[in-house]
Design a protein around this ligand. Structure first.
Ligand code: SF4
Length: 327
């Protein structure tokens, strides 16, 4: 069956290049390695920690993410793709784990303070977010969770919660390991890390026109004002994109450095826009086809939820028994 792996993303609309290069691309590689039993979740309940007051578009965002997953290469035949809220056992385990998780553990999760202050979040669900995340992982008895190095505290708290459960009720929930995957930092149009919250993102599903428009507005080396000013490619976010998407990126290094009359930022950005547009052409086509057939997407998500429910219920039977609950 392979090593059981759980991963997930919040449905927040179309995925951007940073989401793809930093996570989804790795998941597709892990799937294709054949070594893992993959569960990929669309964690819609998590998105409520910040968006519970307006859920009018949530279902569309779920479809968007499902289409992004599949168009990027996750294959429903090989990977169980499902929506968190379709598997109620996540909520049950979350409630039970919340009873044994000390508040101090939650207050010290770095994102609680950072994100809470930045977004003004102070709801109960937001504080308990890591417990829900632990339930998401533990309900599948996942052995590994692919993460970037900055997310390791989330896995650590899941491991701590599992340890505490096992200490109190006997060995029931295996401690998952973080699977550190290679991570490419994708710059957004303002040169900072690409993120929806900065509004500097380019979505994989954006039309060629929108991609081009966003890339045209991208920050470059601030010292290269005129075409013939010598540039500093190593400090230019556009060059970083060339390094990722343009196999011939070295060909633009020298013309930029030397301030060649033939090579300015306008031309350089036009080229990367063409390359990125072509790179995601097939993806866009597949994504649009998927979104045009919601019945088929529903079928995929329902089948995924059935598989996920079967595993999750097996875990919950063990959990209820270990806790000696009435069932
Ligand atoms: S020519 Fe290209 S690499 Fe050089 S500063 Fe302009 S956008 Fe950046």
């Amino acid at each position: 069956m392979g090593i059981r792996l759980l991963s997930g993303m919040q449905p927040t609309g179309m995925l951007h290049l940073g989401n793809y290069e930093g996570a989804l691309k790795n998941w597709v590689e892990l799937q294709n390695s054949g070594k893992y039993e993959m569960f990929c979740c669309i964690v819609d309940w998590h998105s409520l920690t910040s968006e519970a007051e307006d859920t009018s578009d949530l279902i569309n965002k779920v479809y968007d993410l499902a289409a992004d997953y599949i168009a990027a290469g996750l294959d429903p035949e090989k990977t169980t793709i499902f929506v968190q809220s379709s598997v109620k056992q996540h909520a049950e385990l979350h409630l039970l784990l919340s009873m044994i998780t000390p508040l101090g553990w939650l207050y010290r999760v770095p994102t609680y303070k950072e994100k809470g202050e930045a977004l003004g979040l102070d709801n109960y669900g937001f504080l308990g977010y890591p417990v829900l995340q632990a339930a998401d992982i533990l309900v599948y008895r996942a052995e590994v969770v692919p993460v970037g190095k900055d997310q390791s505290p989330h896995i650590e708290i899941t491991r701590e919660i599992a340890r505490r459960f096992n200490f109190l009720y006997g060995d029931t929930l295996p401690e998952p390991q973080a699977l550190f995957t290679k991570f490419a930092m994708i710059p957004g149009t303002d040169g900072r890390k690409m993120s929806k919250s900065y509004g500097n993102h380019i979505c994989m599903g954006d039309t060629p026109e929108i991609k081009t428009q966003k890339l045209r507005s991208m920050f470059t080396d601030p010292l290269k004002i005129h075409k013939n000013d010598p540039g500093h490619p190593e400090e230019c976010p556009v060059f970083l994109l060339h390094q990722i998407y343009n196999p011939a990126f070295q060909d633009i290094y020298e013309p930029c450095r030397s301030g060649s009359e033939n090579w300015g930022c306008v031309k350089c950005k036009k080229l990367i826009a063409e390359i990125i547009t072509n790179h995601f052409m097939e993806f866009r086509k597949k994504r649009e086809e998927l979104l045009a057939d919601k019945a088929q997407l529903n079928k995929i998500l329902k089948a995924g939820a059935e598989k996920a429910c079967a595993v999750a219920e097996e875990t919950m039977t063990r959990v209820r028994k270990a806790m000696k609950l009435f069932s």
